[in-house]
Design a protein around this ligand. Structure first.
Ligand code: SAM
Length: 189
């Protein structure tokens, strides 16, 4: 039986998926219920990846992280990748292809963010997602009093970091043209 580890979290759904069940259009229950039905054992750990790697030394067939490693500060990322290289046979990462802006508050970066959020707002009906999530996140980009919590960037940067951590076979594949940015799957061994 394969063993996998992933950074868990929640998913925001569009209006058109609202009738498709709590885990999206292709399932009939929560993700946990689907796994139980498939007789796939799982253990949820409520911890940061930094804490997890400091307290776990098992080997994993597959490690996956979807749009979550962007929350790891760049200085801490090499240690996470080295751990994944040493403890996993394969690492799958889903991340966005976001341009690297030299200045965090550069006009070009503001134009990029505002333009993308216009697209995003157009995709959701009602106020729940737009007022409850997108607008607060949008304003958060320009809040100089808030600590930075996101370090997205070009996919090439992820690939370079993975190579530096010892991964030798790294493939990338476009997943979708999302409103915020193109999203890619990075498959590293
Ligand atoms: C954009 S959401 C990802 C959504 C989810 N993985 C998905 O694919 O729908 C970012 C997630 O990263 C998680 N996260 C942030 N910092 C983390 C850390 N240091 N260790 C583990 N998870 C972290 C957050 O809890 C949040 O759930």
């Amino acid at each position: 039986m394969s063993k996998g580890w992933g950074i868990a979290s929640s998913t925001i759904r569009k209006k058109k998926d609202a009738d498709a069940g709590p885990a999206g259009p292709h399932s009939s229950g929560s993700r946990e219920e689907v796994l139980v039905k498939r007789q796939t054992p799982y253990h949820a750990h409520h911890a940061t990846i930094q804490h997890f790697i400091a307290t776990h030394d098992e080997q994993w067939d597959l490690i996956q992280a979807t749009w979550s490693l962007q929350s790891i500060p760049p200085a801490e990322r090499p240690a996470v990748f080295r751990w994944a290289r040493q403890h996993g046979q394969r690492l799958l990462i889903a991340e966005f292809e976001v341009p690297a802006f030299i200045d965090f508050y550069a006009p070009e970066r503001m134009e990029y963010i505002v333009g993308r959020y216009e697209n995003g707002l157009a995709e959701y009906e009602g106020d729940l997602v737009s007022q409850g999530f997108l607008i607060p996140v949008l304003f958060g980009y320009f809040d100089r009093t808030a600590a930075r919590t996101n370090w997205e960037g070009p996919i090439k940067g992820w690939v370079d970091d993975l190579r530096a951590a010892g991964f030798t076979l790294i493939q990338t594949r476009l997943l979708s043209h999302y409103w915020w940015a193109d999203s890619y799957l990075i498959d590293a061994r």
